[in-house]
Design a protein. Structure first.
Length: 166
């Protein structure tokens, strides 16, 4: 299956928002209380928030198959170090999961990291998301620690920090 990757522009915020609202309930529905899930979706994926992330050096990348979006990622260059390419988000629509799309996206991000002279891919993954943790370990990522992120409204998440050296 051929995937075309395009760097998103602010006007494409609705595509990103729609995919997040489709993937998050499936990904986190059994892992987070409903109120926290709704709060986080609104916090991270409302129009202003997506555009602010883009303004703060987050590059959103949308994957397309036959002109239809199948998933998205966002990355930040030089996260905490010039060597790091931080993967902030990577979500694949349910109808494309289990078909190698996540691996294809990571391969694309690996090439991007190499082209931009980064030597480490970094990401955070929710500690309760065991399928994602297994996926990243399978593709060569190693856990290097944990981090708590306070989200406001009394919510926080605990993530594993994972890296993959190029």
């Amino acid at each position: 299956m051929h995937i075309e990757f395009r760097h998103a522009v602010p006007e494409e915020w609705k595509i990103i928002q729609s995919m997040a609202h489709t993937t998050w309930p499936i990904t986190y529905g059994q892992l987070l209380p409903a109120g926290q899930l709704e709060y986080m979706l609104d916090l991270i994926y409302r129009e202003e928030s997506i555009k602010q992330q883009m303004d703060r050096e987050h590059q959103f990348i949308i994957g397309y198959h036959d002109g239809e979006p199948l998933g998205f990622a966002s990355v930040e260059k030089q996260y905490k170090s010039p060597a790091n390419l931080m993967i902030h988000k990577l979500y694949i629509l349910p109808s494309f999961q289990g078909k190698g799309m996540g691996k294809t996206f990571l391969n694309y991000l690996t090439v991007l990291a190499t082209q931009t002279e980064h030597d480490t891919l970094m990401l955070k993954v929710f500690v309760k998301n065991q399928s994602a943790i297994r996926f990243y370990h399978h593709l060569g990522f190693q856990s290097i620690g944990e981090e708590v992120t306070e989200l406001g409204n009394g919510y926080a998440v605990l993530d594993y920090i994972m890296i993959k050296k190029m």
